[in-house]
Design a protein around this ligand. Structure first.
Ligand SMILES: [Cu+2]
Length: 122
């Protein structure tokens, strides 16, 4: 009789232990899921152009511009208010999260022939 109670106690401990491990693994998955919800797309500024110049993203995506030229550049929305990186020196970066759908054309304020478009889908 004592042995049966002991076996049951061990079985109960195994079940509780398994549940704990599973829930701990679930908690670890959470930050990864959050990171995937707001992915980041990179746009290089190189040789006086945006690379790639035209990208299509989902709403909530972050876009990160990185200036790889030694000349200063900007990434400025054509409408002048959606986003504006300001002057980015060599190696400097600017990040903007796109929250509304639509076509967002932009340019460099210093070299107005530098153009790009962010197309944001729902
Ligand atoms: Cu420029």
């Amino acid at each position: 009789m004592r042995r049966i109670i002991l076996l049951m106690a061990v079985a109960a401990l195994v079940v509780v232990g398994t549940l704990f491990v599973v829930s701990a693994a679930g908690a670890h998955k959470h930050p990864t899921a959050m990171a995937q919800k707001h992915p980041t797309r990179k746009v290089s500024i190189q040789n006086f152009s945006f690379k790639p110049a035209h990208i299509t993203i989902k709403r909530g995506t972050r876009v990160r511009w990185i200036n790889k030229d030694s000349t200063a550049h900007t990434a400025t929305a054509n409408n002048g208010r959606s986003f504006d990186s300001g002057r980015l020196g060599k190696g400097q970066r600017y990040t903007h999260t796109f929250k509304s759908a639509g076509k967002k054309p932009y340019h460099c304020e210093i070299h107005t022939d530098m153009k790009g478009t962010i197309t944001v889908k729902r």
